[in-house]
Design a protein around this ligand. Structure first.
Ligand SMILES: Nc1ncnc2c1ncn2[C@@H]1O[C@H](COP(=O)(O)OP(=O)(O)OP(=O)(O)O)[C@@H](O)[C@H]1O
Length: 250
């Protein structure tokens, strides 16, 4: 095993992953390698079924690749046992799902403070951190409400506050605005990326919306479980060919 470059907070080499019982019968990832730098916002784009979610779940230690390696800050994740991976995810990573999944019995600030309280942060400090992030995401006024009293967009803001409140090293955001209207979606993405930049949090953001890539420092594209390079056509493309990008498989 060769350790990854020092400036990569996350590093994956030759990841292969096949879901058992997959409808397509093809593996979700076939040899994906990539590095993510400290503090970077990386967009992972690609059409539906291209392997974005599977890649994020392998990088975050939720899934163990069938082959290949995942490293976090020079520590191999793919060789960790389930409990160590669980602790790594709880303490160092944040996760944002496409649809907000909150605990219905807890109010908004308790939901946002949950990762902190699970790792033993005193209630008062956890509450204060949760309030800070809820305010930042424009849902501080809802802190005492239960999730069912909120709109989907408000619940997603709470889920984002929860992913950020414990000061994670890396936040994985899987299509975080998939269920939102365009205006909400743009605002939430800007807030997420601005918050991450101001706290030097690394973000790996899966999206099938190429416009989202504009907010990222870098974009990696997937197609059929492989990384592809997006190569812009030359300025003076011949008549009729337009300026669409083309993809070359690597
Ligand atoms: N739990 C699962 N069980 C079986 N097959 C799965 C499972 N999750 C994903 N797959 C399959 O793996 C492939 C990659 O799926 P994945 O969800 O990683 O892609 P994606 O790019 O995130 O897609 P989407 O944009 O629709 O979320 C697809 O063929 C999908 O059907």
């Amino acid at each position: 095993m060769v350790a990854p470059p020092d400036n990569d907070v996350l590093w994956a080499r030759a990841l292969h992953y096949a879901h058992s019982g997959s409808d397509s019968g093809s593996p979700a990832l076939t040899g994906v390698s990539l590095g993510v730098r400290e503090g970077e916002i990386l967009a992972v784009t690609g059409p539906r079924g291209s392997g974005k979610t599977t890649l994020l779940r392998c990088l975050s230690g939720q899934l163990l690749p069938n082959q290949g390696e995942v490293w976090f800050n020079s520590t191999p994740v793919h060789t960790m046992g389930p409990l160590v991976r669980e602790r790594l995810r709880r303490d160092r990573f944040g996760w944002i799902d496409p649809e907000p999944v909150l605990v219905p019995e807890l109010n908004v600030w308790e939901n946002a403070a949950l990762p902190l309280m699970l790792r033993g942060t005193p209630r008062r400090s956890a509450k204060s951190a949760a309030h800070e992030w809820l305010d930042r995401l424009d849902v501080g006024r809802l802190a005492r409400k239960r999730p069912h009293a909120l709109s989907v967009a408000e619940r997603q803001r709470v889920a984002i506050a929860r992913a950020l409140a414990h000061a994670p090293h890396v936040v994985f955001a899987d299509e975080p605005t998939a269920t939102l209207h365009r205006a909400d979606s743009a605002h939430i993405l800007r807030t997420l990326t601005a918050a991450a930049r101001s706290h030097a949090i690394t973000v790996v953001l899966a999206t099938h919306d190429s416009a989202v890539g504009a907010l990222a420092d870098r974009t990696e594209s997937l197609l059929d479980g492989r990384r592809v390079h997006t190569v812009p056509l030359p300025e003076k493309a011949p008549e009729g060919e337009g300026r669409a990008a083309c993809s070359l498989s690597v």
